[in-house]
Write a protein that binds this ligand. Sequence first.
Ligand code: FES
Length: 168
Amino acid sequence: MSDKKRVSRRQFLNYTLTGVGGFMAAGMLAPMVRFAIDPVLQKQEGGTMHSVISVDEITNEPQRVEWTVDQVDAWYESQVQKTAWVYNDENGDILALSPICTHLGCTVDWASNDQYPDQFYCPCHGGRYTKDGVNVKGTPPTAPLPVYEHEVKEGMLYLGDSKSRKGA
Ligand code: FES
């Protein structure tokens, strides 16, 4: 007598239908799962540098430069305007400061307040920063303005992400 188990017609149908049903379910679910986790699978664009100004145009006085970046937020793609205050410091090094106030996120301006002509001034709550972006003690901001990563290539200034600095 043979040891082989015989498969009944009912079992064969059960196995077949379970296999085909599972295959079809996987075929329907796979795109849904892929769509749900798609942002996680995307490569982050961090570290991209953007050409913003010719180094010949950079002076000792902070000047505002603007550029746009493509931003992907989950499934939403948009273009975002970026701004920096750029100047050559006393050593001739380029400094690119974020204009975002570290108090509550308003936009700071250079020398916009007649009382503080050599400082960045935030109109929202009177926050002030020295020329190198360090917050003035006794004003609302508790940290310096963030600094953009930068590099110079073929006579152009490229800016990357801005980095926070420790509070003064
Ligand atoms: S947001 Fe700039 S001082 Fe408050």
